[in-house]
Design a protein around this ligand. Sequence first.
Ligand code: NAD
Length: 284
Amino acid sequence: MSTIPTVTLNNGVRIPQLGFGVWQVPDDEAAAAVRTAIEAGYRSIDTAAIYENEVGTGQGIRQAGVAREELFVTTKLWNSGTADWTGQAGRDAVLSAFDDSLRKLGTDYVDLYLIHWPRPMHGSYANVWQAFEQLLADGRAKAIGVSNFGQEQLTRLFETSSVVPALNQVELHPHFPQHELRAFHAEHGIATEAWSPLGQGKELLAEPPLVAIAEKHGRTVAQVVLRWHLQSGVIAIPKSVTPSRIKENLDVAGFELDADDLAAIAATETGKRLGPDPQGFDWN
Ligand code: NAD
């Protein structure tokens, strides 16, 4: 029996609040990692076309032997084929990228499909979002959302569609807690999902205040950080390929961060990102 809480998205679909991310996991290692994660109790898996491990991810899902409908599978559009985001050609490119992801994953639907990066310099999202709406209407994506969008891009999307993204997946951890964006999401019924929730396992996990909180609760720093995400109402998708850490990252029930802990964690905020600033990020 899983004890992972769920978050209800704005279209009624429920997503586990803790999931398993597979960025930088090579395709030939993804099956083992995903299988280990599902066997450990994860029910949500986060991949993307650009991770080039959808094939391995799909194999891991099937090897784990858990019914497809008990799993929550997310993948993301790498929109390199839709440089100008316009016209039927742009929509067709989105639909064909989606078909490709389904084929690689070996499934006939995903639970969540995301626009991976906003690329604000390329203008309107109306076209690509129309293709997403079609996937939603067809039931091939149970929910649709975005990733790395800021308030400006979300507002631009609202201007051309009444289908509000179910979720925005953004860099978020105690060093970079995204207060303003989270408040904006709450106002508009958009769930917040944290990528690099553990700060990529770097400086964050060595922060002395976090080490002290971990000692106080008899937990690891990674568990404290993931507990912080859960208590913040954020969905987190930590990544690991180490079986013991995969299990450790799921074992975050049974303790509660108190007000002192939360204040000490808040004080570690640096305002610094680990990843690129989506406002200026493009790949063409
Ligand atoms: P993360 O914060 O999950 O950190 C992962 C790293 O932390 C591991 O590689 C390992 O080195 C370390 N680690 C994991 N568990 C640990 C533990 N218990 N103790 C000590 N160290 C531990 O970073 P991430 O992989 O960047 O992010 C998680 C997921 O978010 C990705 O796998 C991917 O699915 C998603 N993501 C999305 C985007 C996007 O643009 N949408 C960008 C980056 C990541």
